[in-house]
Design a protein around this ligand. Sequence first.
Ligand code: PMP
Ligand code: GLN
Length: 380
Amino acid sequence: PGTKLPKVGTTIFTVMSQLAAEHGAVNLGQGFPDFPVPGRLVDALDGAMRGGHNQYAPMTGIPALRNAIATKSERVYGHRPDADAEITVTSGATEAIFNAIHAVVRAGDEVVVLDPCYDCYEPAIDLAGARAVHVPLDPATFAPDWQRVRDAITPRTRMLMINSPHNPSGAMLSARDMATLADILRETGVFLLSDEVYEHIVFDGARHESVLRHPELRERAFVVSSFGKTYHCTGWKVGYCIAPPALSAEFRKVHQYNVFCTFAPAQHAFAAMLDEAPGHYEQLGAFYQAKRDRFRTQLLGTRLQPLPVPGGYFQLVDYSAVSDLDDAAFCRWLTIEKGVAAIPLSPFYETPPQGQRLARLCFAKNEATLDAAIERLAKL
Ligand code: PMP
Ligand code: GLN
């Protein structure tokens, strides 16, 4: 039988982490923190497991967590989703993205994605029998060209996917972007999938323009986030989707028969964290901004040129002063020969821009890790 996903191989994140391990490289490739999760979260998880929360959770997520997410949304974005009808807890943002696509996208539909985009989008679209239509972001600023987005929308378009703060660039959509987007979608039946997993990692006093702030947009949107990014626990794979009742009902049909429910003890732990320690997510931007600023200062002592990082935990660097290799070859060379693993950008594109010489470095790391990487990068 022919493969259903001919374009899919092993993800670049796995490939680079394996290469880093084989060659003893400092791993700034795959995005994950190398520091511990909050002790309070571990205690809450331990308490949940010892307290007997080890059987199936309700399909949609435990009420305490859905209520805590609603409260957080109200505090941060001024909008309180209905915890019963509009919030579903999922096994990571990846599951939420998969469900949202499969809930509404049918065979023959088109889904507009903005390149570079995260690697799990297109395979989910392909499995739905639909087609991803790739619209490039500006290669210098990673801002959308809204006219091109407008032009990409056809009667077959079923969904548009956005991601802010953006992986891999860290670019953020502005209030003006959101107003333009609302204008573009107004007369269409296009659904919006907003990937906001880095929602709390924003810098320099900027405000994250969650779709939840925008009444018109949220009426047609699936808003997805992940506790993995917010609580330094990417391996726990717990996230959620907020969508209007009718969309949540369809979303839940997929979730129900995909996983049924998400890891129960962690749901109790995150509910406690959100309610009892809101300071954690409120201070996450400042926490990462200190890492970003220190790392960028260190990069000035190398021949890598750092691009601006408005949000998220990735630093893009232009390596054209160091090498003429294409990005995939450069990242392999950097890992094997120079001992620092990075992620090339080309796998995030359908058509990578000609001559682009950018690599992605993750700064969600201890100072010692970043220092060790800089020591090696300074020798390039
Ligand atoms: N979207 C983006 C933009 C991401 O960077 C990630 C995680 N790397 C995900 C979705 C998936 O999140 P999760 O690990 O919770 O499935
Ligand atoms: N989201 C992570 C990144 O961008 C990788 C997650 C994964 O390995 N699938 O690095």
